[in-house]
Ligand binder design. Structure first.
Ligand code: FES
Ligand code: FES
Length: 166
């Protein structure tokens, strides 16, 4: 099948590659660029494990063709750490609040939560739960994921995080 040349910026780096028209963005990221932090859970837009940020929107990269991302700016989990290599507020939140177990959903959760906090830096618990409703976690029951995002929101806002009584 004829291949198309695509270029895009991924985690601040200009990348290019030859892809078939049917190549999904998640496969381009994982196979052409070896960015395997973006996971594949379902390939049918249900689980959110493949979530990346594309031009300021959370998208499920199993539902975008690589050719559709031509010229886009993409952020994946590999681009989430602070510039000096330290953990971002969200990464720290997931670590401190035990927001993961098997970790399969975690890259998509963190990328999604990053966009959520950019859209709303002080989300309520309900807004967090709605905001991550496209991302499925089979392990945690979500409570610690919500806490991790609250932790990050407080850190970003310079507020000391206090866990709500359960
Ligand atoms: Fe894309 Fe599940 S792998 S939504
Ligand atoms: Fe296992 Fe979320 S930590 S699926």
């Amino acid at each position: 099948m004829a291949k198309t040349h695509v270029t895009m910026k991924v985690n601040g780096v200009e990348v290019e590659g030859l892809v078939e028209p049917r190549t999904l963005l998640v496969h381009f990221l994982r196979e052409n660029l070896s960015l395997t932090g973006t996971h594949i859970g379902c390939e049918t837009t249900h689980c959110g494990a493949c979530t990346v940020d594309l031009d300021g929107m959370s998208v499920k990269s199993c539902t975008v063709f690589a050719v559709q991302a031509q010229g886009s700016e993409i952020l994946t989990i590999e681009g989430m750490a602070n510039a000096d290599g330290t953990l971002s507020a969200l990464q720290e939140g997931f670590r401190m609040m035990h927001g993961l177990q098997c970790g399969f959903c975690t890259p998509g959760m963190i990328v999604r939560a990053q966009r959520l906090l950019q859209e709303n830096s002080r989300p309520s618990e309900e807004e967090i739960r709605i905001g991550i409703s496209g991302n499925i976690c089979r392990c945690t029951g979500y409570q610690n994921i919500v806490k991790a995002i609250q932790y990050a929101a407080d850190k970003i806002n310079g507020v000391e995080f206090k866990e709500a009584a359960e």
